[in-house]
Design a protein around this ligand. Structure first.
Ligand SMILES: Cc1ncc(COP(=O)(O)O)c(C=O)c1O
Length: 438
């Protein structure tokens, strides 16, 4: 029996009376590992290094609430009404100004406003992928994107990264192997800046080559860039989209630079693709929330949004420093990690013999949560990796969380030394190298 306050137990799938009714595509829809532990991991005594929640406490809530109040008072009849699936025209113009910071010369007509870039991912997959089509993605890759790809029954082929991001020669090899196997590759999905979860950035010197390889194989590029303005030194990199506008679909978001809960993102697509995206968006939501779009638009025209991004960057830099110094101080030998220069994440490789997925419940019992590496691969790799998100907890909590995590790893190592490898699946094949080891 479920006690009040306890999460309801999930029965075995076979007890679901609707099982025979589900579409085949739902077979790939499974809750992420951290979602399964969410109820426990979100208790206040647990330091969560798991989720990628932005540090909203840095927002000027009072002035924002005044702006939002004025917006409803003066333009409520528009803001609370249906709008177009394409998005609010003024916001689409402002989005072009935001993208110009990374070298993109986009036209407002080619921007489609979405409910977060997650919806952009869903729509792009919906319009391009038939079941069995291949999407190439970095290994590891963003879990929400993998969820969209599997929901449309696309097959994900991972290409490894090194400290400079996606490795062009490995991309070429993967495309060649797909070609030989007669597989239809629809697009390369890539997060070039401050990668989630790997924390690395694609070297500028590799960008043209990656675009050229994709062109030569007739493969579209889907560039997902929610963190591009969060470089800790204020540095930005030329967007892939700026270098090959006709073959890149660009996904942007206000989630990390303003407010994730407003759910406002966008897609900038080649003109013909944009038409299909608007139709797909219309059938999904009719239109993105008008009020939220107008809030973002007003924010961009009345507030110091670039100053706010700087405030965010400084907060994340301080948190990154706390995470890295704690890792250096506490992690046992045999662990490695990269040092991100922007974004939210550190990608950690733990000593051999430890399975981060099997270890997760024990870590949560020790009051620290993280995202285990396997969730970021579609093919079962990543059992020696984990992602630390330093974006949300205070620096002090981050240090404490990393200390607890290191203790759990030490205990696992002692167990492994006494009884053999930790329980859970041990992969027999080679591990895809993490960014810091390749
Ligand atoms: C790489 C990447 N893409 C897309 C998203 C989704 O963001 P949004 O809030 O805009 O839907 C995230 C969120 O964490 C992300 O990390």
């Amino acid at each position: 029996m479920t006690m009040p306050g306890q999460p309801a137990k999930q029965g075995p799938r076979s007890l679901d009376p609707h099982l025979r009714r589900y579409a085949a595509r739902t077979a790939g829809m499974t809750a992420s590992e951290i979602r399964a532990l969410f109820a426990v991991a979100s208790r206040p005594e647990v330091v969560s290094l798991a989720g990628g929640m932005p540090h909203l406490a840095a927002l000027p809530l009072e002035s924002l609430s005044a702006e939002i109040g004025q917006l409803v008072a003066s333009e409520g009849l528009v803001a609370l009404q249906y709008g177009s699936a394409h998005g609010v025209p003024l916001l689409r113009e402002q989005i072009c100004d935001v993208m110009a910071l990374e070298g993109i010369n986009g036209h407002p007509d080619d921007v489609v406003v979405t409910v977060g870039s997650q919806m952009g991912l869903d729509m792009v997959t919906r319009i391009f992928c038939d079941p069995g089509d291949v999407v190439i993605a970095e290994g590891p890759s963003y879990v929400g994107a993998l969820g969209s790809f599997t929901a449309y029954q696309a097959k994900v082929v991972h290409v490894a990264m090194d400290a400079d991001g996606l490795v062009p020669s490995l991309l070429r090899e993967a495309l060649e192997a797909c070609k030989r196997a007669g597989q239809r590759v629809k697009f390369l999905y890539t997060i070039p800046n401050f990668h989630n979860p790997a924390g690395v950035t694609l070297a500028v010197s590799r960008r043209a080559e990656i675009l050229e390889i994709c062109r030569s194989y007739g493969v579209l590029v889907v560039e997902d860039n929610p963190y591009g303005l969060l470089g800790f030194d204020g540095q930005t990199y030329p967007a892939l989209r700026s270098m090959d506008p006709d073959n890149v679909v660009y996904l942007g978001s206000f989630s990390k630079t303003f407010a994730a809960g407003l759910r406002v993102g966008w897609v900038l697509a080649p003109h013909a693709v944009r038409e299909k995206l608007v139709l797909a968006a219309e059938s999904a939501t009719l239109c993105p929330p008008t009020l939220n779009q107008m809030i973002v638009s007003r924010y961009l025209s009345t507030q110091d949004w670039k100053g706010q991004i700087k405030t965010y960057r400084e907060a994340y830099r301080e948190r990154r420093d706390a995470a890295i110094s704690a890792l250096e101080q506490h992690m046992p030998q045999g662990s490695t990690w990269n040092i991100p220069d922007g974004g939210f994440y550190v990608w950690v490789t733990v000593p051999e013999g430890i399975d981060t997925k099997a270890m997760l419940p024990r870590a949560v019992t020790a009051r620290v949560a993280y995202a285990s590496g396997t969730g970021f691969y579609a093919d079962g790799f990543g059992s020696r990796q984990l992602r630390i998100s330093y974006c949300y907890p205070t620096p002090e909590r981050i240090r404490e969380g990393v200390r607890r995590l290191a203790n759990v790893i030490e205990e696992e190592m002692q167990l492994a030394a006494t009884f053999g490898a930790t329980p859970g699946r041990q992969l027999s094949g080679p591990q895809t190298p993490s960014p810091d080891t390749a």
